[in-house]
Write a protein that binds this ligand. Structure first.
Ligand code: HEC
Ligand code: CU
Length: 322
């Protein structure tokens, strides 16, 4: 029992070695909820097991003519032991739901970084065109949104100090967001077994000042931003034959102002919101959703003809056409 208390104490102590450092406000709230669950479970099991032992001793048969009293039930007791746990469980539900909601609400105007997982490393692509393996820089006190996909198998992007983790899935984009509040270096893991060197699929996140971040972004700049690369594929890959970027419809709809639409109408009447996953699907599987007023089956599929990086650049280009 003593060692359990010891562990719990370490869990509660901020900055203690039992839990990773808390890099965000959400990490603090997360730990509070977790500590509450630990304490509630400990107290609950103590009452239960302790009560059991107490009654075993207290009501042990003492003589041969002890007679067990006839007890049917006690409404008050039954109500109490059902109602109190119910209130606690509902409280935990509301608490957890609130926190989860906070974690999953993507901030507007966040710094967007594309993350690629592959066997067995992480790759980070910034809008400026800079890419980086392993070293992941973010400015302090800035909402960051990660748009992630995998170039091969399932991975999971995990930064324990930010208390965030999300599957990185081939064929689609998943997102994460956080707002780092303390300067420092934080460990990144892959948390989904993905092959031989899974345990070596590590990365370092560096939370730095805004000025240092800008400086880092400009080091070894290649020159072309992601959107500019996308613009290049727009002509190179032949999208330009059917799409315009200035609002005039051609064979296909213009890309201007499409990204971010909340109610984009399809020919079957359904309304979709235009995000990274919708654009990706429109390129790889054009017939899955056909824009209202345009012919089905005209746009060829680009499945297998665009790399993840090219797709990403095209999406960034479409995003930039406000
Ligand atoms: C042969 C003509 C043609 C070519 C080439 C073509 N598209 Fe299309 N595209 C269309 C048509 C027609 C539609 C509308 C029907 C539909 O949704 O499938 C469309 C729809 C889209 C949409 C959805 C737009 C919206 O408003 O929701 C995206 C995104 C898109 N195309 C991307 C691309 C990309 C990227 C390329 C080049 C790699 C490309 N297209 C090449 C004809 C084309
Ligand atoms: Cu992995």
């Amino acid at each position: 029992m003593k060692w359990m208390l010891f562990l719990l104490e370490r869990a509660m102590a901020e900055g203690g070695a039992f839990m990773p450092p808390q890099g965000t406000k959400i990490a603090e709230e997360y730990d509070n909820l977790y500590a509450f669950l630990l304490w509630a479970s400990l107290i609950g099991s103590m009452i239960l097991i302790g009560g059991m032992i107490f009654f075993v001793v207290k009501y042990k048969r003492k003589t041969d003519h002890d007679k067990t009293p006839y007890i049917s039930h006690n409404t008050f007791l039954e109500f109490i032991w059902s109602f109190i746990p119910l209130v606690i469980f509902l409280g935990v539900f509301v608490w957890g739901w609130h926190l989860y909601h906070e974690m999953r609400t993507m901030p507007e105007n966040a710094l967007e970084v594309n993350v690629f997982g592959r066997q067995w490393s992480w790759e980070f692509a910034y809008k400026s065109g800079k890419t980086s393996g392993k070293e992941f820089y973010v400015p302090v006190n800035t909402p960051v949104k990660l748009i992630m996909t995998s170039k091969d198998v399932l991975h999971s992007f995990y930064i324990p100090s930010m208390r965030i983790k999300q599957d990185v899935v081939p064929g689609m984009y998943t997102t994460l967001s956080f707002n780092a509040e303390k300067l420092g270096d934080y460990q990144i893991f892959c948390a989904e077994y993905c092959g031989t060197t899974h345990s070596g699929m590590l990365g370092q996140m560096h939370v730095v000042s805004q000025a240092d971040f800008e400086k880092w972004l400009q080091e070894n700049e290649e020159g072309m931003t992601l959107a500019e690369k996308g613009q290049k594929y727009f002509t190179d890959k032949g999208c330009v034959a059917c799409h315009s970027v200035d609002g005039t419809p051609k064979v296909g709809p213009s890309w201007k102002g499409v990204f971010g639409l909340k109610e984009h109408e399809m020919d079957d009447g359904q309304k979709v919101s235009v995000d990274e996953n919708y654009v990706r699907e429109s390129i790889l599987n054009p017939n899955a959703k056909v824009v209202k007023g345009y012919p089905k089956g005209v746009m060829p599929t680009f499945q297998g003809q665009l790399s993840e990086d090219q797709l990403n650049a095209l999406i960034e280009f479409i995003k930039s056409l406000k």
